[in-house]
Unconditional design. Structure first.
Lengths: 94, 257
C-alpha cells in the first residue's frame, strides 16, 4: 500500500518564524491528506501555524556531484561579503 | 417517559455517558498504536485516541465532582465494572479491519461534533467549556475520518467492499445515539443538553452527504441495538476491553508514575 502513495516534502512555519522550513517528509495519497498527515506527524507539540506540502517529485534539486563547480568558486571571493565597509553609527543595527 | 430524576443524579448520568463514550472509544482507537497500516495513520490514530482520553478526563473529572463521594475521574474510569458503564454500544465494537475502525470513528464523530456544537450553549458553564475545547478536536476528527471514508469507499473494489461491509455491520448501532429517556428529559428541561432525538435529522444529512460521496449505500433499516447508554446491557466486547484497560490499576492500586 505504502508503495502506491507518493512522497511529500513538508514545510512548516513555526510560531515565531516568518518562513516555512523543511521539517521532513511523509507518504499520502493526495495533497489534502498530506496536509492532514503533516498536521498529525509534525505539529503534535504545537510547532506550527502554517503547513506547505510539495510532492517530492516536483522538487528540482542540485546534484551533489556538481558541488565543485557550483560552490567552490565562491570560496575565494571574500570581497563579496560586505565586511569592508565602515557602517556609520547612525545607521544602527543592520 | 418514566418518573423525573433528581437533577444531580441526571447530570451525573449525562456526564458518565459523555465521558464513557470518549473513554471507551479512546481505548479502542489506542489499540491500533504500533499496528496501523502506515506510520502516518498510526500517529493520526494515536492523536485521536489521546484527544478522546483528554476529553474523558474532563467529563469524568466533572462527573466525580457532581457525584460528591470523594472519588476522582480515574476512579470512575478504572474502578467501575462493566454494568456501570454508560457508553453507547457503537464505541465498544471491536476495531475489525482499518476500514471498520474508520467507519466506526466517522459514525461517532458525526454525532459527536453535532452534540458538542449544541453543548457549547449549555446552561451549565462547565459543560459548555468542555464542549468548546473538545469541539475543536472533534471537528478535525470528523474531517479526517470523513475523508478516509470517502477515500476508501470510493477507492478500489476491495476497499469499497470492506467499507460497505463495515457500514452494514455498524449501522444498527447508530440509532442508540439518538434515543431519549428520563435522563435526557431532565437535561433538556434544565437547558444543560439537547434532546438526542433532535440531532437525528442533522446527523442523517451529514452522514448521507459523506456516504453518498463515498459511493456507499446506507442500510434501509432503523433497527437499533440499545442498552449501553442506559446500562441495561452491553455487548460481550466491553468486558474484554475493560479487563485489559483496568488490570494494572486494579492489580497495583497504589501505582503512580
Amino acid at each position: 500500500m505504502i508503495h502506491e502513495w507518493p512522497l511529500w516534502e513538508i514545510f512548516i512555519r513555526g510560531q515565531h518564524g516568518l518562513s516555512h522550513r523543511h521539517v521532513g517528509s511523509l507518504h499520502a495519497p493526495d495533497a489534502e491528506m498530506a496536509i492532514k498527515n503533516a498536521r498529525d506527524v509534525y505539529t503534535r507539540r504545537n510547532e506550527g501555524v502554517s503547513i506547505w506540502v510539495v510532492e517530492a517529485n516536483n522538487i528540482a534539486a542540485s546534484s551533489p556531484g556538481d558541488k565543485g563547480p557550483l560552490y567552490e568558486p565562491s570560496e575565494s571571493k571574500v570581497y563579496r561579503h560586505p565586511t569592508f565597509f565602515d557602517i556609520p553609527d547612525d545607521v544602527g543595527a543592520m | 417517559m418514566t418518573a423525573p430524576i433528581a437533577n444531580d443524579a441526571a447530570l451525573l448520568q449525562f456526564l458518565l455517558r459523555m465521558g464513557d463514550n470518549t473513554l471507551i472509544l479512546g481505548h479502542r482507537v489506542s489499540e491500533w498504536c504500533g499496528h496501523a497500516p502506515v506510520l502516518e495513520e498510526d500517529i493520526a490514530l494515536a492523536n485521536t485516541a489521546l484527544d478522546l482520553i483528554g476529553q474523558t478526563q474532563m467529563w469524568l473529572g466533572l462527573a466525580a465532582e457532581v457525584q460528591g463521594e470523594g472519588k476522582t475521574g480515574d476512579d470512575l474510569a478504572f474502578r467501575r465494572d462493566v454494568w456501570d458503564f454508560r457508553n453507547v454500544l457503537l464505541v465498544e465494537m471491536p476495531n475489525g479491519d482499518f476500514g471498520q475502525t474508520l467507519m466506526r470513528q466517522f459514525l461517532f464523530d458525526a454525532w459527536h461534533s453535532i452534540m458538542l456544537g449544541r453543548l457549547q450553549s449549555s446552561s451549565n458553564a462547565r459543560v459548555a467549556a468542555i464542549a468548546e475545547k473538545a469541539g475543536k478536536e472533534v471537528t478535525y476528527h470528523l474531517e479526517r475520518s470523513g475523508d478516509t471514508v470517502v477515500g476508501l469507499g470510493d477507492g478500489t473494489e476491495e476497499s469499497h467492499g470492506r467499507m460497505q461491509t463495515a457500514l452494514d455491520y455498524l449501522w444498527p448501532y447508530v440509532g442508540e445515539m439518538f434515543a431519549s429517556d428520563a435522563v435526557d428529559a431532565a437535561m433538556f428541561d434544565a437547558d444543560i443538553a439537547p434532546d438526542p432525538a433532535s440531532l437525528h435529522s442533522e446527523y442523517d444529512q451529514l452522514t448521507g452527504r459523506i456516504l453518498t460521496e463515498a459511493t456507499l449505500t446506507v442500510p434501509d433499516t432503523r433497527f437499533a441495538h440499545k442498552g449501553g447508554r442506559d446500562g441495561r446491557m452491553h455487548t460481550e466486547h466491553l468486558g474484554h476491553l475493560l479487563s485489559q484497560m483496568q488490570w494494572l490499576p486494579r492489580a497495583y492500586p497504589d501505582a503512580v508514575w
